[in-house]
Design a protein. Structure first.
Length: 222
């Protein structure tokens, strides 16, 4: 399905009477619309959008409530007691919205969707930021995730060595196959794409090198 850099042909139907038409596409490469596959970390450097939930996934997944429930099915949950420390990061997905702050940040829950993220905040673990590609020029609905594995609070939650690739791989491993939460069952498949992200550490936050792989997940509600 995917090879190198796949640029998907959009099914561009005209919008009658101003109706918004979602484009039938896995995603659109943000750079085609002046965006970037690197999140703005606020210091002149970027963090990779290294997982994409395809716009061909079930629509129930491709919104804030839906992705939170899906996250709980794969071992993540909302932040400890709803408290977010630190500034939100923005991303430009090339969809006509320009830079937009993360929709939500989700953390590894260590098996407890209610309080487990408090443990992640203390001892570190995997986490990801979510951005939806839903602007007027690329309304695919795809969710772009910036995934990374971080150190404990005692180390200021810095990213672990190779933490972007490790975080991606661990999230994908937990997502593949059949998972469920809150009465919803999901089936997830994955394909790797190269050519969207750079290889190496140039311009990457913390100087951590990337392998250049983005994993595209297709999530179907059963």
């Amino acid at each position: 399905m995917f090879s190198k850099l796949a640029v998907f042909v959009l099914a561009a139907a005209p919008a009658a009477f101003g109706a918004v038409i979602r484009q039938a596409s896995d995603f659109v490469n943000p750079t085609l619309g002046g965006g970037s596959m690197l999140i703005d970390a606020g210091n002149g450097l970027g963090e990779p959008l290294n997982v994409i939930i395809s716009g061909q996934s079930s629509s129930q997944v491709l919104n804030e409530d839906g992705i939170i429930n899906y996250a709980k099915a794969i071992g993540f949950s909302t932040e400890c007691l709803g408290i977010h420390l630190g500034n939100p990061f923005s991303a430009n997905l090339g969809d006509g919205h320009g830079p937009v702050n993360q929709t939500v940040e989700l953390r590894q829950d260590y098996g407890n969707s209610e309080l487990g993220t408090c443990l992640e905040s203390l001892i570190g673990g995997n986490h990801f930021r979510v951005y939806f590609q839903n602007g007027p020029s690329a309304n695919t609905g795809a969710a772009f995730l910036g995934v990374s594995k971080e150190e404990p609070a005692t180390d200021n939650h810095d990213i672990v060595p190779d933490g972007y690739d490790i975080g991606r791989n661990e999230l994908v491993a937990s997502a593949l196959g059949t998972t469920s939460f809150g009465g919803v069952t999901y089936s997830t498949t994955a394909q790797n794409v190269t050519g969207l992200l750079p290889v190496g550490s140039d311009g990457v936050n913390h100087g951590i090198a990337l392998d250049g792989i983005v994993t595209v997940l297709t999530v179907i509600v059963q």
